[in-house]
Design a protein around this ligand. Structure first.
Ligand code: MLT
Length: 265
């Protein structure tokens, strides 16, 4: 089922009286990257996902985005759907948004799941890469940008194994709104560093990282998890950067264990 909140496409499945999980996707994808998690948890949890402004079915508007703006959107979704202390689950850019949301309003959340993400802001090299991405989209279009970017998020084995599912993810990314994709690149380049807050997080945290993630490596993510008191860390076997898509069985098992342990405590 879908609805509009602040013009954003929001999708919800399950019974709203259950504990809710708010899924935030990565770049340059859409809410459908969480389909395996939604189908696994919708009978026990209220699963809410949305298309980040400028991606999927959510409009790009003027494309002037910041992570702060994305957190405002999240706050609106929580208020509009009257979510009572949702579990926040973000992958990569979704993780940047989740970390800033927890830094800004931790009291609104029950627990945090971070997949293939990091707390550090972009360094100069990463900022220049974003700038080159924007230039490329302007010159050659978003199709070429996405056709180069997306394969780096998956292992070669996953691309083969996923077949049609991968082709459909790639196709949707290549069809993204260029203003939306550029807006997200700018938002990520301008994001703040949330590392200082890691040691202050009080809600339970699960950290998951693809074994072969080359964008946010297991070493980087383990170091991040070590800074979060009491957090759980697990490596997702055989997966690249898109762990929730590449090895959903393992990711769902870890999320399920985490939810039943933390939420019964
Ligand atoms: C993502 O998967 O959201 C992106 O790879 C994040 C990034 O480019 O920093």
């Amino acid at each position: 089922m879908s609805l509009l909140v602040n013009n954003l496409a929001v999708f919800h499945e399950g019974n709203s009286s259950n504990v809710s999980i708010l899924f935030i996707h990565g770049f340059p994808y859409d809410h459908q990257m969480w389909k395996h998690q939604v189908s696994a948890f919708k009978s026990t949890h209220y699963c809410v996902s949305h298309d980040i402004r400028g991606l999927g079915e959510s409009p790009a508007g003027d494309g002037q985005f910041t992570i702060e703006y994305f957190v405002d959107d999240l706050e609106q979704i929580i208020e509009n759907l009257k979510l009572d202390h949702p579990v926040l689950c973000g992958l990569s850019m979704g993780g940047y948004i989740s970390l800033r949301a927890v830094e800004r309003m931790e009291e609104k959340f029950r627990a945090l799941i971070l997949c293939d993400t990091k707390s550090e802001a972009d360094n100069n090299e990463a900022k220049l890469k974003r700038a080159a991405g924007i230039k490329r989209i302007n010159k050659e279009g978003v199709q070429k940008f996405a056709a180069d970017f997306v394969p780096n998020c998956f292992t070669k084995e996953s691309i083969e194994k996923l077949g049609e599912e991968y082709i459909s993810i790639l196709g949707r990314s290549m069809n993204s709104n260029p203003e939306g994709v550029k807006g997200c690149l700018l938002a990520m380049a301008g994001r703040t560093d949330t590392t200082d807050y890691l040691s202050k997080i009080k809600i339970p945290v699960l950290v998951l990282c693809g074994e072969k993630d080359t964008l946010t490596s297991p070493e980087t993510m383990k170091a991040m998890a070590d800074k979060i008191k009491g957090s759980e860390f697990a490596i997702v076997p055989g997966s690249g950067h898109m762990s929730a898509v590449e090895n959903p069985l393992f990711v769902n098992e870890k999320i399920g264990e985490f939810l039943s342990k933390e939420l019964s405590a």
